[in-house]
Ligand binder design. Structure first.
Ligand code: PMP
Length: 435
């Protein structure tokens, strides 16, 4: 008797993923595949089946070319130069900021601070806003499905300020325990720091409703959008969030660039968190004064080419259209979920009804790391481990999961290759036979 069978039946009943009426999964992938040069690469003498998109996505030619063109034709340092090339590079970088503003529908470009990515954006809020505003006994509320980058910065700032970190528990499907977020918001809650889409489970949180509840309780809200922006349209004004963080490299853009959106009145009142060039108004040995946002939070020479590449990635994604991307990925997730549930001994971790294209799973009798290595031999790239979300693994009582995560260029062939490789691993381990 397969001990996992009842759980699989439950998971089957609980996983109505997919967007009704979504576009056929192959069409978008077929259309965009040629845009991604790396996809023609053979890995271990096999076709590359890249299913590690939640870690980082590949880059289309348009992004690669934008960075290359910047260094070939426009390279100079920005903001301080009087010469033509410096002004030209500044225009490109500030133009990128406006692209991010429009992408998130922020009210003004000064609300966009460039960072190295989501991690740095959250650290910026923790060190600047957190240290200035948190007092002993104040509370920061996160969810039980946060990435470490939305836990550890708050723990560090709690150590310094005496504030307390609390986490909303999860259900067996990997959703927030109903009513728990509201119940845990209290008069001491100063900030709710919540993940939009879980990288370990794929769960999409109802952030708009959570923001409303948090505001009603007098708390600010930071949203970690690392796994959201490439998969669904985000409108920070419609959401009403106070802070929104994302990374360019999970959005088909370069590594080392991302952004923090913050409401202007908050940014204007926040102190600097790093000192150096570009963030000051005046400097003397008696003391210094600060530039207005966003410059106040961008000390030193930034990743200028990265900003230009990120703008190209945003143009690429918006050119396709996020609703179309979401429909493609939902249809493919539905296909993958159905295929996964046909494999005996496979247990899905994360079966919330609202999910993006993340399939986290365990295969009975095979450690996720062994599975990852065996799949790699077939050219199938997945992630294995805790996915920087150790509290999620603790909640489910597991060491880690195998995770396949989808992007625009994935299609049914990739899912078929994944499932065939999993069945191959089961044959190798002598597991997976039907009872
Ligand atoms: N939050 C979530 C939900 C993530 O998935 C990740 C990346 N795995 C991060 C934050 C951190 O992003 P980065 O490493 O690009 O700063």
């Amino acid at each position: 008797m397969n001990a996992l069978a009842p759980r699989l039946d439950a998971a089957r009943a609980e996983a109505p993923v997919g967007t009704p009426g979504g576009a056929p999964a192959v069409s978008l992938a077929a259309q965009v595949a040629a845009d991604f040069p790396i996809l023609t690469r053979r890995v271990r003498d096999k076709r590359l089946v890249y299913l590690d998109n939640a870690a980082t996505t590949h880059k289309p030619e348009a992004v690669i070319e934008a960075e290359r063109a910047f260094y070939r034709e426009s390279n100079a340092n920005i903001h301080r130069g009087v010469h033509w090339l410096s002004q030209h590079a500044t225009d490109l970088y500030e133009g990128a900021r406006e692209r991010v503003q429009r992408f998130l529908n922020a009210a003004r470009s000064e609300e966009i601070v460039f960072t190295r990515g989501t991690t740095e954006a959250i650290n910026l809020v923790a060190w600047s806003w957190g240290r200035a505003n948190l007092k002993p006994g104040d509370e920061i509320l996160v969810t039980g499905m946060e990435h470490h980058s939305n836990i550890v910065p708050w723990q560090l700032v709690c150590e310094q300020t005496g504030a307390v970190l609390k986490a909303v528990p999860l259900t067996d499907r990997g959703e927030l325990e109903p009513g728990a977020f509201e119940a845990m918001l209290g008069p001491r809650t100063r900030l709710a720091a919540i993940v939009h889409v879980s990288n370990a489970l794929g769960t999409v949180n109802p952030v708009a409703a959570m923001i409303e509840r948090a505001h009603a309780a007098g708390a600010l809200v930071l949203v970690d959008g690392a796994q959201a922006v490439a998969h669904q349209a985000v409108d920070v004004q419609a959401l009403g969030c106070d802070f929104y963080a994302f990374s360019g490299h999970k959005l088909y853009g370069p590594t080392g660039i991302g952004a923090l959106y913050a409401r202007h009145e908050l940014l204007a009142a926040m102190p600097p968190w790093q000192g150096g060039g570009d963030m000051i108004r005046t400097v003397s040995f008696e003391g210094s004064t600060w530039a207005d946002p966003p410059a106040r939070f961008e000390a030193g020479t930034p990743n200028i080419a990265g900003g230009v590449g990120l703008a190209a990635a945003i143009d690429y994604v918006t050119g396709i259209g996020l609703p179309r991307i979401a429909a493609h990925e939902h249809a493919l997730l539905e296909y993958a979920t159905e295929a996964a549930l046909r494999i005996p001994g496979l247990r899905l971790i994360g079966t919330a009804p609202g999910k993006t294209g993340i399939l986290s799973f365990m295969v009975e009798g095979i450690h996720p790391h062994d599975l990852g290595t065996i799949l790699d031999a077939e050219g199938v790239a997945i992630r294995a481990g805790h996915h920087c979300a150790m509290p999620v693994m603790t909640r489910f009582g597991i060491p880690g999961t195998a995770r396949a995560s989808l992007a625009i260029y994935n299609d049914e062939r990739d899912i078929d290759a994944l499932m065939a490789a999993i069945r191959g691993a089961q044959r190798m381990f002598g597991t997976g036979a039907r009872p």
